[in-house]
Design a protein around this ligand. Structure first.
Ligand SMILES: Nc1ncnc2c1ncn2[C@@H]1O[C@H](COP(=O)(O)OP(=O)(O)OP(=O)(O)O)[C@@H](O)[C@H]1O
Ligand SMILES: [Mg+2]
Length: 299
């Protein structure tokens, strides 16, 4: 039997400290948490974990520091079944860390430290492995890494998915034309094309390069997407769930979408598959399995 397709996820991995709280009061405040957990977060890292849970294979390419958080994060990703041989421990670097406050409605407040001393160098990336992949899924936190890997992917004919998340305009404008699927968050699309509506943003993304699909995920409103050549956008509605923790729903959406692309699903089906995975993540605060997603899609 052929092995499942490989999704290479490149970008951010974060040590997420999650506190469940009754409320997030205005400062000055001292808040007692109802519960606490620590685990891997970050867009590309969550996407990699999702690709594995959903039945694919995944590799994570990125950087951590050689501080207290770096090694445990590598171990945690590996425990999830993600190949971490492309995760570099940068000497003297500081690993990205997040403090996530989740209220009873599942809404979250995040303090994030994006890391430091990780540099920009991408020359060490094992680009020769790209041809083994069915898809490359990138977030915008390491643009030099995306540029290098996306170029290698294009040469190898491997489709590239970008998580167009909140970022500087110049970074998104530079990265979008390098990818095949530009899947934005609401703030990310506003950063890409400031002051315009979502439809204009999607059209702009498609016009900016050989982009095949542009989309914006809109939480419980689902996802609005447009393929090259379409005259108007299509909405894939969200699945109706009771959200308890929406953290990472977008990341899981991207991992699922990249796996769907790697498996050769057409765009409407890939959007539905990813929307089901995102909804289950928002419902449970945990990344779903393939069986759970298929059950949800079957209704
Ligand atoms: N409350 C919800 N109910 C149903 N589906 C949801 C919900 N939240 C997210 N989803 C699904 O997951 C997709 C991605 O979520 P969302 O748009 O919130 O991502 P995001 O803004 O990138 O957030 P983040 O990356 O912080 O998780 C949505 O398009 C939707 O299909
Ligand atoms: Mg997101």
């Amino acid at each position: 039997m052929a092995s499942p397709p490989l999704v290479i996820c490149l970008g951010n991995v974060v040590a997420d400290h999650t506190f469940r709280v009754e409320d997030v009061p205005a400062p000055p405040a001292k808040i007692a948490a109802r519960s606490y957990s620590i685990g891997p977060g970050g867009m590309a890292a969550n996407a990699a974990i999702a690709a594995v849970r959903l039945g694919g294979r995944a590799a994570f390419w990125g950087r951590v520091g050689d501080d207290m958080n770096g090694e445990p994060l590598a171990a945690a990703l590996e425990a999830e079944g993600v190949d971490v041989t492309g995760l570099r421990r940068v000497p003297g670097g500081r690993t990205p860390v997040g403090a996530v406050l989740v209220d009873p409605r599942g809404e979250r407040t995040i303090v994030s430290f994006r890391g430091s001393g990780l540099g920009t160098d991408a020359a060490w990336l094992p680009l020769e492995r790209i041809r083994q992949a069915g898809a490359l899924c990138c977030d915008p936190r390491w643009p030099e890494g995306v540029a290098a890997a996306a170029a290698a992917a294009r040469e190898a004919g491997v489709p590239v998915v970008l998580d167009g998340e909140r970022s500087e305009t110049r970074i998104l404008v530079d990265l979008v034309p390098r990818v095949d699927h530009a899947i934005f968050s609401v703030p990310g699309l506003a950063n890409f094309l400031p002051g315009r509506g979502p439809e204009e943003g999607l059209r702009q993304a498609l016009a900016s390069g050989p982009v095949k699909v542009a989309a914006v995920t809109q939480g419980e409103k689902g996802v609005l997407w447009m393929a090259a050549g379409d005259d108007k956008p299509t909405r894939t509605p969200a699945f109706d769930v009771l959200a308890t923790n929406t953290t990472g729903a977008g990341d899981v959406f991207h991992g699922a979408y990249a796996l769907a692309v790697a498996e050769g699903m057409d765009t409407p089906r890939a959007m539905r598959f990813a929307a089901a995975a995102g909804a289950l993540r928002a419902r449970d605060g945990a990344t779903p399995t393939r069986a759970m997603v298929e059950e949800m899609m079957a209704g």
